[in-house]
Write a protein of this length. Structure first.
Length: 443
């Protein structure tokens, strides 16, 4: 079984910072490697956000949140890479569920007290940074663990907390700073609770109450400024093609690039190939193959209506007219003229056994959990049904756990396939089985 790295070498998010500095965009690093985090959080001036976006957009990020709907109220751009490195660009202090302008004074203090580092970025004054981190630690929602760890690390660099307390009083967040300091003394992260002083404390309590009771869950998370996968549209790059995975649609993983690579290898030398992707989701793999093979005919099949609409929108956005998106189960929606004419069937169907299922954000369970005790029920059914469409010499390309491939390989042989070497990616494999025709197993 051939291996590929489980954690592909990420395009280093710090290269984006270097590019921003080279382009003359001031960058104030609030959280990053110095605090032991791969999650880079930086501030940029409000009037330079368009310039910053123009610098980062051409770089090698894999995913980015689409700024639409409730996400528009958050003063930030979010990018992340294979391997987990992330970059967040803020042009105001994040204080959701209230708007960022509520802490405009803290943003000014951060810049006024910062000093330039040798690498051209700006380094915040520890006293001002402690206040910023205390604000983040008091916000609702998940995702503030890194802020809390950075707060604890920053405490060691502050000789006199009087400066931090003076800054907090001046901008009206003394209560938040004191809660964070008390939490550090007791070994507990403060979490959602008091933050503002004076009359703004009332607005904060109301905002917290609204956020806590908002339904559905994705709205509650968006109001907290911490969306999860499946809550909001995400831009994804797969094999040089950019698509959108909209809410409730599975977000393509980095394995999608491997799907495209292996598909192109299987189709090498075949003119005008007919390709079918079952479980196409937002259409990323199908569309990447259509872009790479302009003479191909590509059919994407998706059971979920949200996925179907999403894939069709992506096809229109990319102007790929030789792609057909069908709604239905497995190969049922394929036209009859494709019988015996398909060169490649690709499938990234749900394969997690129930015992190994774990939720991923707001992604529907049906897109992850497979059927049957071993999770292979849908893959077995597809292998049987696809025989009516794959031409002899065509291929089936499937993703699953590596132990599942060992289970399925013998069964595929009885269905007229010859299972080949699988490419491994972490705990998963992409297994190719060539269809040679005939069968010793009746349906």
């Amino acid at each position: 079984m051939a291996d590929v790295p489980a954690d592909p070498a990420p395009a280093d998010a710090s290269r984006s910072i270097e590019a921003l500095v080279a382009a003359g965009v001031p960058v104030l690093v609030l959280r990053g490697p110095a605090t032991g985090s791969r999650n880079l959080v930086v501030a940029i001036p409000d009037d330079r956000r368009a310039a910053a976006r123009a610098v980062v957009e051409p770089l090698g990020w894999r995913y980015a949140w689409v700024r639409s709907g409730l996400l528009r109220i958050l003063p930030a751009l979010y990018y992340w890479w294979d391997g987990g490195a992330t970059l967040t660009l803020h042009w105001a202090v994040p204080v959701a569920p209230l708007p960022g302008w509520m802490l405009r004074r803290l943003q000014r203090v951060l810049w006024q007290t910062a000093r330039r580092s040798n690498d051209g970025t700006f380094e915040p004054d520890p006293a001002a940074l402690i206040v910023w981190l205390a604000v983040q630690a008091c916000r609702p929602g998940r995702g503030h663990e890194d802020d809390w760890q950075a707060f604890l690390a920053c405490l060691d660099s502050v000789e006199n907390l009087a400066d931090a307390r003076a800054i907090a009083r001046g901008i009206g967040v003394s209560r938040g700073l004191e809660r964070a300091l008390a939490g550090a003394a007791n070994g507990r992260q403060p979490g959602r609770g008091a933050l503002f002083d004076g009359v703004r404390a009332v607005a904060w309590r109301i905002a917290l109450a609204i956020q806590a009771h908002a339904r559905p869950g994705r709205v509650r998370r968006l109001l907290a400024g911490v969306p999860a996968l499946g809550d909001q549209a995400i831009r994804c790059r797969v094999a040089g093609v950019e698509v959108r995975a909209e809410p409730r649609v599975f977000v393509p993983t980095p394995d999608a690039d491997l799907f495209v690579e292996l598909s192109l290898a299987a189709l090498d030398g075949r003119p005008g190939p007919a390709i079918v992707e079952v479980g196409t989701g937002c259409g990323a793999i199908a569309l990447a193959l259509a872009a790479a093979l302009p003479d191909s005919i590509v059919h994407g099949i998706e059971l979920d209506e949200f996925g179907v609409r999403c894939a069709r929108r992506n096809a229109r956005r990319l102007r790929l007219e030789r792609v057909r998106i069908h709604q239905g189960s497995l190969v049922d929606p394929l036209p009859s003229n494709l019988r015996g004419a398909v060169d490649l069937v690709i499938a990234n169907l749900p394969f997690y056994p129930t015992r190994e299922y774990a939720p991923i954000g707001s992604v529907p369970r049906m897109t992850i959990e497979g059927s049957g005790d071993d999770g292979l029920g849908l893959l077995r059914q597809l292998a049987r049904d696809a025989r009516g469409f794959i031409r002899p010499g065509g291929a089936l390309l499937l993703q699953m756990f590596h132990w599942q491939w060992e289970v399925l390989s013998d069964e595929l042989a009885q269905l007229g396939y010859r299972a080949g070497t699988a490419r491994r990616s972490g705990p998963f494999v992409l297994g190719r089985a060539d269809f040679i025709g005939g069968t010793t197993m009746r349906r």
